[in-house]
Design a protein around this ligand. Sequence first.
Ligand code: HEC
Length: 157
Amino acid sequence: MQGCAPLKKVHEVFALLYGLFQFLQERYVRETTRRRIFAVLLAGPLAFAIAGCDDDGPQAQRVAGGDVERGKRLLAQFQCGACHSIPGVEAARSTAGPPLDTFGRQSYVAGHLPNYPESLVRWIVDPPAVKPGTPMPNLGVSPEDARHMAAYLYTLR
Ligand code: HEC
């Protein structure tokens, strides 16, 4: 649900403004009523919208066509664990590459791309095409297999 990300930003901005509001309210009590009405008007619909948004940002992704269990097997088959630690994947404890233990919570892929399914799939298929000079090699993973792997990686939180 990528659509939720901008909403979260709005929410953050709003939370900040609201904090400021409360501060002002304490200082200048007279305008309280008007400010309260304004706050309620804004907070109501926003809270609704956010409650209906059942993920927490760009990290909690569902990968269309991605099968978590298959992804887990593929991560083992392609030996991603030769360079990464990946919880749940056998023998994946290397520290040559960054640990993927909480990959589902990360905001970026390789510090470079915003962490969305499409960018993660592109990365797994051909890292040097995405980030020239990266030490992660192209391992010949098909886009389909990469989708399954991505589905598994997003479960790591
Ligand atoms: C030869 C070692 C090596 C292998 C094998 C390898 N990787 Fe990597 N991987 C790396 C390195 C090094 C990085 C960091 C790249 C960078 O930041 O430029 C990386 C980065 C990543 C990232 C981004 C991590 C982050 O913290 O942003 C993901 C996701 C990833 N690899 C997935 C995989 C998958 C899936 C496989 C198996 C198909 C795999 N890697 C196989 C070395 C490897």
